[in-house]
Design a protein around this ligand. Structure first.
Ligand code: FES
Length: 107
């Protein structure tokens, strides 16, 4: 199983992946996200996952995946989601549309 860490502060020079830029920037994430009821079993997590950055918005992630918090706790298993990459969402790791009000622009 592939495991990767995606940037959610919006500052990585290697997006969509984390490059630890959040440390230098002093980025502080909101607390631990709540776990959600999943419709996928762990055995369903097979196949390709694609990550597509939307224009000046979240990552659209498609494929069967498990989302974990920074502490490694399972948050959800989904087939598609939109993950915040601007750092402003109040519902991290998910996009809540705050990138628009924040004027987030991705390179
Ligand atoms: S990308 Fe951060 S709130 Fe949408």
């Amino acid at each position: 199983m592939l495991r990767t860490t995606l940037c959610r502060c919006g500052l990585s020079k290697n997006k969509p992946f984390c490059d630890n830029s959040h440390i230098k920037a002093g980025f502080v994430a909101t607390g631990e996200p709540e776990a959600r009821e999943s419709t996928l079993a762990i055995s369903d997590l097979v196949g390709k996952v694609t990550i597509t950055p939307t224009e000046n918005g979240p990552y659209m992630v498609v494929g069967k995946m498990e989302i974990e918090s920074g502490t490694g706790r399972n948050v959800n298993r989904v087939g598609k989601c939109f993950l915040c990459r601007c750092g402003h969402s109040k519902n991290k790791p998910y996009c809540d549309g705050s990138h628009k009000a924040a004027g987030f622009e991705a390179p």
